[in-house]
Design a protein around this ligand. Structure first.
Ligand SMILES: [Zn+2]
Length: 110
C-alpha cells in the first residue's frame, strides 16, 4: 500500500523538488549534490554533509507553501547543519513566514 503510493508519487515529487530547488537556489547558490526521493516513515527531508538532499515523496501531496518550506529547510542545511538562529535567518530570507508553516506540520501526520 505505502509502496504503491510511493511509486505513484515519486516522479511527481522529484520534478517538484528539482523545480523548487532550482528556484530557491537561484537565491542561495549553494552547491547541491545528489537529490533523492525516499519513502520514509519519519522524515520529510534530510541533508548530508556531502551536499546530498533527501525528500519524502509526500512533499508532492503537500500544499505549495509547506512543500516549499521542506525544500528550503533542507537546502539551508547545506550551509548550516543545525537549527541555530543563523539557520532560521537563512530560511527566513526566502520563507519569511516559516514559523507559521512549521506549526502546520504539527497538525498533520507524515
Ligand atoms: Zn532541520
Amino acid at each position: 500500500m505505502a509502496r504503491r503510493e510511493y511509486l505513484k508519487y515519486k516522479e511527481a515529487a522529484r520534478s517538484l523538488v528539482k523545480n523548487r530547488l532550482a528556484y530557491f537556489n537561484a537565491f542561495y547558490q549553494f552547491k547541491i549534490g545528489r537529490v533523492a526521493i525516499k519513502n520514509s516513515r519519519s522524515r520529510w527531508g534530510s541533508a548530508s554533509k556531502k551536499g546530498n538532499l533527501n525528500f519524502n515523496y509526500k512533499v508532492a501531496l503537500l500544499p505549495q507553501d509547506m512543500a516549499d518550506y521542506v525544500i528550503v529547510h533542507e537546502l539551508c542545511h547545506l550551509r548550516e547543519f543545525n537549527h541555530s538562529p543563523k539557520f532560521w535567518a537563512l530560511v527566513a530570507q526566502t520563507v519569511p513566514n516559516w514559523r507559521i508553516i512549521r506549526k502546520k506540520f504539527k497538525k498533520i501526520r507524515l
